[in-house]
Ligand binder design. Structure first.
Ligand SMILES: C[S@@+](CC[C@H](N)C(=O)[O-])C[C@H]1O[C@@H](n2cnc3c(N)ncnc32)[C@H](O)[C@@H]1O
Length: 351
């Protein structure tokens, strides 16, 4: 079975499990009285002391009242409840599906899943951390491709598959900016992608400090983020959309230009030998990848509409906002706009 079909199978099983769980939950998003509520999930794969649990011990924790992972619903969308996590996107199935598809689009556009020179090490068998792993498409694909290596995913939300997964992939819940629940020098390779709407300025500093701590001397770190500023020149509507995104993320302490600061921040955190790769990916033109990337881009912007509307009240109306994004799509098609993708890898010094 190919990687894609086996993943699809796993995700279908996950969907079936999730929808039966959701049916048994009373969804507060449908309630007329309140658009905000919290629901406790029965999953958590990290103990309250922050140690990693095996799948069997995590199932035991289902019964513990203290181990429940909580969700909150706003206007029918599900979000994390951790006040210390700045992440603005939902963590429901619709968003998980988007992130899942985004992985395949990026892989096709970049023609790789990582940039650090770790292929031989992965083949031989190393220990890898995927920081902010999301629904874990990267970790799954890497786990299947490199069966001798062990992959650990960490995410603030319980969006990863809990029990149907390759044997060499494990997950924990955690805020990477606070504490990564592994001892010093655990990992040979650390990967982190698409956290630009999740980490504040100071979170970036503390996250890189944590990633440095858990990486072995000589180990590689691989970061990748979109340069959303690259679309400012794609047209007047795009300019407004990107400026709203920048204002929204700055208002929340985030760093809209983070893709352009990765190298400098890695050096500041103590890493060495940084290597930068930039790829400008066509957005809504020049073939299938451009078309698919636009689909993902539009989907992502629809999913952040509630926070975008806080910076630009015109976006409060879903139809107005959708039409506006469609206009952005036309502009980037006409003007051949590209989304800059920046990947930087570096090493923890040997001593
Ligand atoms: C856009 S998704 C990307 C997922 C994955 N890295 C990928 O590229 O497919 C961002 C993920 O980062 C997670 N995240 C955001 N802030 C975080 C934090 N402080 N600690 C851990 N995870 C975080 C979110 O919960 C979300 O699942």
């Amino acid at each position: 079975m190919g990687v894609f079909s086996s993943l699809k199978n796993l995700f279908n099983k996950r969907e079936a499990k999730r929808s039966s769980t959701i049916k048994s939950e009373k969804q507060p998003g449908n309630s007329k009285k309140s658009s905000i509520s919290t629901i406790q999930s029965n999953v958590k794969s990290v103990s309250s002391k922050g140690t990693v649990s095996s799948p069997s011990s995590s199932s035991k924790q289902f019964a513990s009242a203290n181990s429940g992972y909580t969700f909150q619903y706003r206007d029918g969308r599900r979000y994390h409840t951790d006040n210390e996590v700045a992440y603005v996107l939902p963590n429901d199935d619709d968003e998980a599906d988007r992130v899942h598809e985004q992985h395949w689009i990026l892989r096709a556009a970049l023609e790789c899943n990582y940039h650090a020179p770790v292929t031989k090490l992965l083949e031989e068998g190393i220990t890898v951390l995927d920081s902010g792993c999301g629904p874990a498409t990267w970790a799954f694909e890497m786990g299947e491709t490199y069966p001798r290596s062990k992959f650990h995913g960490i995410d603030a939300s319980c969006v990863f598959p809990e029990d149907i997964k390759p044997a060499n992939v494990e997950f924990v819940i955690g805020n990477v900016a606070k504490h990564i629940p592994y001892p010093d020098s655990t990992f040979d390779y650390v990967h982190q992608r698409l956290l630009f709407l999740g980490l504040t300025d100071s979170d970036w500093e503390s996250t890189l400090k944590e990633l440095y701590r858990v990486l072995k001397p000589g180990g590689y770190i691989d970061l990748a983020e979109p340069d959303v500023q690259s679309l400012l020149t794609a047209g007047p509507s795009m300019f407004t959309l990107q400026t709203t995104l920048s204002n929204m993320s700055k208002a929340r302490g985030m760093v809209p230009k983070i893709a352009l600061e990765l190298e400098e921040r890695l050096l500041k955190a103590g890493f060495e030998n940084p290597v930068v790769r930039r790829v400008d990916i066509p957005l809504n033109h020049s073939g299938k990848i451009g078309e698919l990337l636009w689909g993902d881009y539009k989907h992502a912007y629809m999913n952040i509409r509630p926070v975008m509307a806080k910076s630009n009240p015109e976006f409060a109306d879903e139809n107005v906002y959708r039409d506006f994004i469609d206009k952005c799509g036309e502009e980037t098609k006409q003007n051949k706009g590209c989304l800059g993708w920046v990947a930087v890898y570096a090493q923890k010094p040997l001593n």
